[in-house]
Design a protein around this ligand. Structure first.
Ligand code: GCO
Ligand code: MG
Length: 409
């Protein structure tokens, strides 16, 4: 069997997605997600200009060899653009292999280790009553674990709060990114945030009791000592995790955070290789691996990261925002079902237009996601529907402090 075509498809139903479709001489197709929020076209060029020509005539079954070839032969390693491109190839090859085997992908990864993957959704509100309503809505949708984000008095726009105004009024659902030629500017004040958040969790626990798993995303905004304080202040509310409490580059920051708090830590959505996790896992500085299959080089390396993490009882928490396409989500769900050290899966729900372009076979019942039992990843791409939604520039916002200094977003 040989690869005879490598097509890169850009579509923007509710937001921009980049998909690689590989076709074999037997007529089998495989899909891979290469979406890199706000930098989509860089990955398109990388795939079209530099990767597609290398794939033609290769054996689609040689997944490990193709991965190593793309990673090592470029000489220039790592980085989000490169790794999103390699991830798409890897996913598409696994899709093909599983279709040829006539099995859902999780069977090739060792089979199901559980009935389904516990998913968490994103509740948010401009104030506490709106947040409590949002939690109720998520419970009604079937979620059994919930991320809590709120606006903060004195800050105009806060990360993760759905109902806030945007510059042109066209936010991507709960996603902070929005259409437009330039990124929107938001404001930030860490001290105001640190004062406000414990009271928010107090209100949520008071309303919903001790059992509901609650999560929070700090989105890289704190210094180590601020994060340590937040982790400690949130201990009475028994968080499932505190995510990205500090910027991800300085990994030793988490040693300081850990020495002050037992709130579990999750990090890694901006990481793109197993090496980014090497130190964090070996020194047991985290409790959950937050990488995305789409941004960490695909299913093959993600499995390696999770197997390494398993030796230290560190669990998965695969990144699943709406800027991961349904193809990338499906890849995550097959891993979630198969690996022993599954922790939780982020699940933000795509919009109807996206679901018309990407037809999916996964289910969400009793708070658990299941990838379905179709051969392969279980996602098909409607090319005509995709073409009806051409690319439109869109960017994540960025932050400035009150005095105008650019801050981590
Ligand atoms: C999350 C993330 C996202 C990111 C987004 C950037 O935890 O889901 O922080 O919302 O901001 O994926 O593209
Ligand atoms: Mg996050």
């Amino acid at each position: 069997m040989r690869i005879i075509a490598a097509d890169v498809i850009v579509t923007s139903p509710d937001r921009n997605f980049v998909t690689l479709q590989l076709t074999t001489d037997d007529g089998v197709t495989g899909l891979g997600d290469a979406t890199l929020n706000g930098r989509e076209l860089a990955v398109v060029a990388y795939l079209r200009e530099h990767v597609a020509p290398l794939l033609l005539d290769r054996d689609p079954h040689a997944i490990e060899d193709t991965w190593q070839f793309l990673y090592r032969s470029a000489y220039w390693r790592r980085g989000p653009v490169t790794m999103a491109a390699i991830a798409a190839v890897d996913m598409a090859l696994w899709d093909i292999k599983a279709k040829v085997a006539g099995l859902p992908l999780y069977q090739l990864l060792g089979g199901a280790s559980r009935r389904g993957a516990l998913a968490y959704g994103h509740a948010s509100g401009r104030d506490i009553p709106e947040l409590l309503d949002s939690v109720r809505e998520h419970l009604a949708l079937g979620y059994r674990a919930i991320r809590i984000q709120t606006a903060v008095p004195g800050i105009d726009a806060v990360y993760g709060v759905a109902a806030q105004p945007s510059v042109d009024g066209v936010r991507y659902d709960y996603e902070p990114a929005q259409r437009g030629a330039l990124p929107a500017e938001e404001d930030w004040d860490t001290r105001a945030y640190l004062r406000h958040l414990p009271g928010v969790f107090e209100a949520v626990r008071h309303e919903f009791g001790p059992e509901l798993p609650l999560l929070h995303d700090g989105h890289h905004r704190m210094t180590p000592i601020q994060a340590a304080r937040l982790g400690r202040d949130l201990e009475p509310y028994d968080l499932f995790w505190l995510e990205d409490c500090t910027p991800a580059e300085n990994q030793d920051a988490l040693r300081l955070v850990r020495s002050h708090t037992i709130t579990p830590l999750a990090i890694g959505e901006v990481f793109n290789t197993v090496w980014d996790f090497q130190h964090l896992i070996r020194d047991q500085l985290i409790d959950y691996v937050r990488a995305a299959v789409t941004h960490a080089g695909g299913i093959t390396p993600m499995r390696k990261i999770l197997d390494y993490a398993a030796q230290y009882q560190i669990k998965s928490g695969i990144h699943g925002p709406t800027d991961i396409s349904p193809v990338g989500m499906a890849a995550a769900l097959h891993l979630d079902l198969a690996v022993h050290n599954f922790g939780i899966q982020e699940y933000m729900r795509h919009g109807d237009r996206t679901n018309e372009v990407f037809r999916q076979s996964f289910s969400f019942e009793g708070g658990l996601l299941h990838p379905g039992d179709q051969p392969g990843l279980g996602v098909t791409l409607d090319r005509a529907a995709a073409e009806a939604h051409p690319y439109r520039a869109a960017y994540l916002p960025y932050n400035r402090l009150k005095d105008g200094t650019v801050h981590d977003w």
